[in-house]
Design a protein around this ligand. Structure first.
Ligand code: FBP
Length: 553
């Protein structure tokens, strides 16, 4: 196969494993902690997850493990958006299985959860795995966002699992996919079967984390890729001194990506959705905040700058959030009718009586292109597809308008020329950084140990991530520990609680301490490209978020 020089070199990279996973397999024992409770709605969740609720957190320690060498047949699913390190999770799982027993078999379930429902599979072999080690992308088996939801879909999953003779299914996914994995684990147990389900925390968004899951894999590489691009744009802006760049960054709900990129690059403005929601800012207040920096910089003859915008912003502006919540509920029932109506005005008229008067008014006042984007299809989990909403353009248009008013009032004397960018897909399939290559591999290997030790209802976990990899602590965290009940698709559903940016957390505080200076004085940092080879201080540094949230002891 014809591959790039870097790809060839990366095939030869050996991911670093925690000491607890490097020892002889028969000497990896499971140490359970105390039983756990869900983060909310405990009684309801106990009823829904009769079998898997309340399991203890598990860590791996030295001690004997008698079941680990038996042959196993496992199916693996890549679910949701791509995240660098996914191929290494599969490689870690595969290597663990083969080390445990060369007769073990790993099926790739093709195209996401639908591969399990529809029995679309690929038997993974040494030669397949070796072509994907330490590479980005999910192309080894493909991904998808299908949710296993209806009785027919669960029955399909059950049939496939029986036909393939699966002992376990590993779901590599974000909060929604791992919620689905929890339901599947419960379903299999309800059927009286011993097919086990283990999850792995994936998402560039970084919003699947808690005290035991310090980060999801993919975040590290994605933020480093975006930060490189932002730094390059900042250097261009500082050279040409003529453009304001409005850069929207992926992260469907939480602003972790945007915040981390701000810590790495020190732009003039970084909007953090969670803060705007807490302050109950309107869209106009956000625009006024941006204009304030533009006006002050213009006074210093600096008619250029960079604004970072989290992708999920619109869902956190209270008036927009209310509108989107109402639209979600309406679309859950009337989506087909709405889509059959021709003409945008007619669609708004149809929605009018179903929306509250305030939300109807917000929808009417939005630029048509943005309003249309809000009406587009939801994803199978009922989420607005925020990556398709052009918030950067909305903010440029509104900023332009406000600056014209300020010019008329004699407050602003600068020149405003703006460019919009969206960095999202650029970062999701990059070659995984050394951190994500190691972390992904360790998560996959840890998933194998959980399965081989007869566990189900767990998400694979590897923590102590700011320490060198051999000191990482591997184990499993029960799905139900991370869950609560939330409104989805018009009704209450069990879900893994999304970890949003905490305004009292160390990363936001570090940003808050400096941002007023950055807003006026050019303070750009240029992080450069991810380095795969070289000194550890250049190649193996975890994100600033991780370092601030888990300072080295
Ligand atoms: P996951 O939560 O599935 O990891 O996906 C995250 C994400 O990359 C978001 O940042 C983005 O909004 C979304 O996927 C885009 O979805 P799609 O790949 O379907 O366009």
């Amino acid at each position: 196969m014809n591959v790039s020089a870097l790809q060839k070199a990366r095939y030869g990279y050996t991911p670093k494993l925690p000491a607890s996973l490097s020892r002889d397999l028969a000497n990896i024992a499971l140490k359970p902690g105390a039983p756990t409770e869900a983060v909310g709605d405990q009684e309801e969740l106990k009823r829904i997850f009769k079998h898997i609720y309340g399991k203890p957190v598990i860590t791996f320690e030295a001690g004997s493990n008698e079941t680990i060498g038996r042959p196993l047949t496992v199916g693996v699913i890549l679910s949701g958006g791509q995240a660098p390190g996914g191929h290494n999770v599969i490689a870690g799982l595969y290597d663990g299985l083969k080390k445990g027993n060369p007769g073990s078999k790993l099926y790739g379930l093709l195209g996401g959860p639908s591969g399990l429902i529809e029995n679309k599979t690929l038997v993974l072999t040494d030669s397949i795995i070796d072509q994907y080690r330490n590479t980005g992308g999910f192309d080894i088996i493909g991904s998808g966002r299908t949710k296993i939801e209806t009785p027919e879909q669960f029955a399909g999953a059950w049939e496939t699992a029986k036909k393939l003779g699966l002992n376990a299914v590993v779901v590599i996914g974000g909060d929604d996919s791992n919620t689905n994995a929890a339901l599947l684990a419960e379903y299999f147990l309800d059927k009286g079967s011993d097919i086990h389900v283990i999850g792995c925390p994936k998402t560039i968004d970084g919003d699947l984390k808690n005290q035991h899951i310090e980060a999801s894999f993919g975040f590290d590489t994605a933020v480093k890729t975006y930060s490189e691009l932002i730094g390059n744009i900042q250097r261009d802006a500082n050279s040409a001194k003529k453009y304001w760049h409005f850069i929207k960054l992926m992260g469907r709900a939480a602003s972790h990506i945007t915040l981390e990129c701000a810590l790495q690059t020190q732009p003039n403005i970084c909007l953090v959705s969670e803060e705007l929601e807490a302050k109950k800012w309107s869209l106009q207040q956000v625009v006024d905040y941006i204009c304030d920096s533009i006006v002050k910089r213009a006074e210093n003859k600096e008619n250029f700058g960079v604004v970072l915008i989290p992708e999920g912003l619109v869902e956190f502006i209270p008036e927009m959030k209310q509108l989107i919540t109402e639209l979600n509920d309406i679309l859950a029932v009337h989506e087909k009718t709405l889509l059959s109506i021709e003409g945008f005005k007619e669609q708004i008229d149809f929605l009018g009586p179903k929306l509250s008067p305030a939300s109807h008014e917000v929808l009417r006042r939005l630029p048509q292109s943005i309003a249309k984007e809000l009406l587009m299809d939801r994803d199978p989990h009922g989420n607005v597809q925020v990556s398709l909403i052009e918030t950067e353009k909305l903010l440029i248009t509104m900023t332009q308008k406000r600056l014209e008013e300020l010019k008329e009032q004699g407050v602003y004397k600068g020149k405003f020329s703006a460019l919009g960018h969206f960095f999202g897909y650029e970062g999701r399939c990059a070659f995984p950084s050394n951190f994500d290559a190691d972390y992904g591999y360790a998560l996959g290997f840890s998933a194998f140990v959980l399965i081989a030790s007869g566990q189900t209802g767990y998400i694979s976990s590897v923590k102590n991530l700011v320490a060198p990899a051999d000191q990482w602590i591997a184990g499993g965290v029960p799905f139900t520990m991370m869950m609560n009940m939330e409104q989805r698709h018009g009704s209450k559903k069990p879900v893994i609680k999304k970890a949003l940016v905490e305004l009292e957390g160390a990363p936001f505080k570090a940003f808050g301490a400096d941002r007023d200076v950055w807003a006026v004085k050019t303070s750009f940092l240029y992080p450069g490209a991810i380095q795969y080879y070289g000194p550890p201080e250049v190649c193996d540094q975890p994100t600033k978020t991780l370092q601030l949230e888990h300072p080295k002891k």
